[in-house]
Design a protein around this ligand. Structure first.
Ligand SMILES: Cc1cc2nc3c(=O)[nH]c(=O)nc-3n(C[C@H](O)[C@H](O)[C@H](O)COP(=O)(O)O)c2cc1C
Length: 182
């Protein structure tokens, strides 16, 4: 299975969680993963749509890895979706390029897991908060996989990061449980 991880972090140099997780994920990976750094590739935010579409077609699974910002993704990922997932290619008449392609989100969260539930400090679950991105990939007839989520990252020890990185490496390769049928 060919896997591409698109890292979307506006300041990867000063990242601890995303950089460390990726380091350990690569160490533990049981196959090849190609990792990109979207903010580094597009410092002017001028996304090369054709290049992105061609790249996606070369992979079976695409993982978007990002820090959770204001209950959502960093803005360049939103722009990537707005620019790349266009009618006639990703959805709408003739837009079948992503049919059955697998997409996974991997996000690092500042708050603790117990806050992300009904009645908790953040009130909603991560599955609920990631719903717009899930809906986007459903609209594109793609297969949306369970997200990899790691909580409490701003207070996490190096040892815990090592364990989370190993868990991430496992999840990246786990076969899809549910095949989306269209
Ligand atoms: C602009 C901004 C918005 C954030 N919003 C949230 C949030 O909505 N919920 C949360 O739990 N943490 C939030 N955080 C904390 C980040 O998720 C956390 O610092 C990040 O995942 C750490 O990753 P890094 O070390 O790779 O930068 C936010 C941080 C920033 C800078």
């Amino acid at each position: 299975m060919k896997i591409m991880v698109i890292m979307v972090h506006p300041d990867l140099e000063n990242s601890r969680a995303n950089r460390t997780l990726m380091q350990y994920a690569k160490l533990n990976a049981k196959g090849d993963i190609d990792v990109r750094d979207l903010y580094n590739e597009y410092p002017d935010w001028n996304i090369d749509i054709e290049h992105e579409q061609q790249l996606i077609l070369q992979y079976d699974r695409v993982v978007f890895q990002f820090p959770f910002y204001w209950y959502s993704c960093p803005p360049l990922l939103k722009k990537w979706m707005d620019d790349v997932l266009i009618s006639g290619w990703a959805f709408g008449p003739g837009g079948n390029s992503l049919r059955s392609k697998e997409f996974m989100l991997a996000t690092t969260i500042g708050g603790p897991e117990h806050s992300y539930r009904a009645g908790g400090a953040d009130r909603f679950t991560i599955s609920e908060l990631l719903r717009p991105i899930q809906a986007t990939f459903y609209k594109c007839k793609a297969n949306y996989l369970p997200a990899f989520v790691t909580y409490n990252v701003d207070r996490m020890s190096d040892v815990a990061f090592q364990a989370e990185g190993a868990r991430y490496a496992e999840q990246i390769f786990v076969p899809a449980v549910v095949e989306t049928q269209y």
